[in-house]
Every structure is written in structure tokens, then in C-alpha cells.
Design a protein around this ligand. Structure first.
Ligand code: NDP
Length: 321
């Protein structure tokens, strides 16, 4: 019987894993989803107590200080220190308690700022990350270094995945920390609800920037299925990119259109070009994933946006607003 501890089990990805596992009901695995109320993983004693309680054989390590561009820019020291502490406490406690496999989460946004495209698993350490999120990026990159060091010294199979941008139910919608999709969902919901005396066709939804940058987005439930496959079947310390195909990139304007359609918004979308665009594209290659899982079907982007918006509308009171 495998016992799987999911750190960050109350977040966007953790909740998606919980949904998939509830549907699947595996007979040879027991899963435990931990949030920060179960243990503050920046604290070693609390981390050890959590492992003592759960007695995991396997760990999916998602817990992290996570945030969008502006939250990162203003808090690089906190992103660096909190994530270094969390990662070191989790990996070392997993080692001490004899866990046989740990799957941790990196991100496509930690890659070198100056790079060629598409980016792939071999390029994580090839140059400094973008200045806006160097704290988060270096802490995440060190997970890969730690995984190799545990493998070199003890032969452990501690590995990592590199997701592109993630969205889905249970996202973080708080304006000061949110990523682009939950940020737009939150603003669209607010725009529709405020000033009900105004005809909706006269309302304007602002898209920050030119709307032209391209991004790859993975639905959290697709990512959850892929992470479960990594836990069960991917036996390498080297990281693996978990992203939709390169052809599935969408523009920020197309994201706004999909969200507007999901809300049945009747007003106009207008781009505010005085706001920063960020990088034009950060295309990641999923060739390694495709070589191992050629038939994996990703959800249709617009249907997944519809499902995410429906979840938000239905669960507004519970959501992290
Ligand atoms: P969320 O912000 O939705 O969730 C973060 C989780 O980490 C929560 O369960 C939170 O617990 C937990 N956590 C945070 N700090 C602590 C702490 N000190 N002690 C214990 N638990 C803590 O994150 P996501 O689900 O979006 O991200 C999951 C992983 O995926 C992260 O490692 C992230 O870096 C990575 N990632 C995310 C991307 C995205 O677009 N969202 C893109 C690529 C990678 P609680 O809520 O109970 O406080």
C-alpha cells in the first residue's frame, strides 16, 4: 500500500489532484492532502510532525509561496526564503523518514530570461531568471539541484515537474497575488455585478497590455492526471515539462474573449497598452512528455475556461477572493 502525502493539498493543483483521486479511488494507494493549517512547512519541527502523523511512502510536493508578477516583484526576499525553507524541510524530512519517491513542482517561469525558444528541461540553469521573480526562481531551481544531490548520495528518486501556467477551480483570485486567468475572472465577475443600473453592453472590460503576448495554459485537472502518472510511472530524477502543445498557445486577448464568453458578457473588451505586456512569449516544448505519453488528450481550452468560470460563480463565497 502506497501512502501519498500531498503538500499544498488545499491549493489549485492540490484540489485538482484530490478531485481526480476521488473519481479514481485507487485500491493500492491512500492519499493525504495537507494545507498550511496541517503544518507550516517553513518550520522543520512542524514538517517532521506532519510526516510522523501521515507516515508517507511517497510525496507530491506542491506547497510554495506562489504569486503573480507584481506580488513577486515586491517580495523577492520572502519568495526566496520561504520557498527555500519549505523545500529543504520537505525534502530532508522525506529522506529521514524513508520516503521512496518525491515529485516536486518547478515552473516554466523560472527559466533563463535570455534564452532560445522553445524552452525545454535541459535549459533550467542556463542563465539568470527574469529580474521580476528571481527569488521564486532560484528557490525552485534549487529543488532540481537537491534532487540530484539526494540521488548522488542516497540513490533516491526525488524528481520534479515543470508546468506551464495553470488554471482551474480553487485558484487564487486575490487581486494582489493572482495570475492572469483568475485575475481576469475576478475582475469580470466584479464588473458584471457592480453598477447594475448600467446596461451591460455599455460596460468595458480592460485587458491589461496589448493583449498580444502568447502563453500556454494547462487545465489543473489535466495537470493532476499527468502528475499522478509521474508519481506512478516516471522514473527519472531529471525534470519533465508538463505543458500543452506548442500549437495550443493562446494570446492574452483570446483568454479575455474566452472568459467574456463564459460569463456571457455583453460589453466591450479594450486593451490598455499603458500596462506592461511582460515577455511576448515563453513557449515550452512538451516533446519529452509526448515521447512518453503520445496519446494524452488535453482538455479543450475554451471548455476548461467555461468549467473554471462556472466553478467560480457557483463557489464565489468559498473562493480565495
Ligand atoms: P496555490 O497558491 O493555489 O496553493 C499553494 C499551496 O501551498 C496551498 O495549499 C497552501 O496552503 C500551501 N502553502 C503555502 N505556504 C505554506 C506553508 N508555509 N506551509 C504549508 N503549506 C503552505 O498554488 P498552486 O496550486 O497554484 O501551485 C502548486 C505548485 O505549482 C507550486 O509549487 C507552484 O510553484 C507550482 N506552479 C504553479 C503555477 C500556477 O500557474 N499556479 C505554474 C507553475 C508552477 P494553504 O492554502 O492551506 O495556506
Amino acid at each position: 500500500m502506497k501512502k501519498v502525502l500531498v503538500t499544498g493539498g488545499t491549493g489549485l493543483v492540490g484540489k485538482a489532484l484530490e478531485t481526480v483521486i476521488k473519481e479514481e479511488q485507487p485500491s493500492d494507494e491512500e492519499w493525504f492532502f495537507a494545507g498550511s493549517k496541517d503544518a507550516d512547512l517553513t518550520n522543520l519541527a512542524a514538517t517532521q510532525a506532519l510526516f510522523d502523523k501521515v507516515q508517507p511512502t511517497h510525496v507530491i510536493h506542491l506547497a510554495a509561496m506562489v504569486g503573480g508578477l507584481f506580488h513577486n516583484m515586491n517580495n523577492n526576499l520572502d519568495f526566496l526564503r520561504n520557498n527555500l525553507l519549505i523545500n529543504d524541510n520537505v525534502l530532508q524530512t522525506a529522506h529521514v523518514k524513508g520516503c521512496t519517491k518525491v515529485v516536486s513542482c518547478l515552473s516554466t517561469c523560472i527559466f533563463p530570461d535570455k534564452t532560445s525558444y522553445p524552452i525545454d528541461e535541459t535549459m533550467v540553469h542556463n542563465g539568470p531568471p527574469h529580474a521580476s521573480n528571481y527569488g521564486y526562481s532560484y528557490a525552485k531551481r534549487l529543488i532540481d539541484i537537491q534532487n540530484h544531490a539526494y540521488h548522488d548520495k542516497y540513490g533516491h528518486l526525488y524528481t520534479s515537474v515543470i508546468p506551464c501556467n495553470i488554471f482551474g477551480p480553487h485558484d487564487n483570485y486575490k487581486p494582489e497575488v493572482s495570475h492572469v486567468i483568475p485575475g481576469m475572472i475576478h475582475r469580470m465577475h466584479k464588473l458584471r455585478a457592480e453598477q447594475p443600473e448600467i446596461d451591460e453592453s455599455d460596460k468595458i472590460f480592460t485587458v491589461y497590455g496589448s493583449g498580444k503576448p502568447l502563453r500556454q495554459f494547462i487545465y489543473s485537472l489535466d495537470l493532476a492526471k499527468l502528475m499522478i502518472w509521474v508519481l506512478r510511472s516516471y522514473d527519472s530524477v531529471e525534470p519533465i515539462v508538463l505543458s500543452v502543445d506548442e500549437a495550443s498557445e493562446v494570446t492574452i486577448y483570446e483568454v479575455a474573449e474566452a472568459i467574456a464568453k463564459a460569463f456571457n458578457f455583453k460589453g466591450k473588451l479594450v486593451c490598455d497598452t499603458s500596462k506592461a505586456d511582460g515577455q511576448y512569449k515563453k513557449t515550452a516544448s512538451n516533446a519529452k512528455l509526448r515521447s512518453l505519453l503520445p496519446d494524452f488528450q488535453f482538455s479543450d481550452f475554451r471548455q476548461a475556461i467555461d468549467a473554471s468560470v462556472s466553478w467560480y460563480v457557483d463557489n464565489y463565497e468559498l473562493a480565495r477572493n
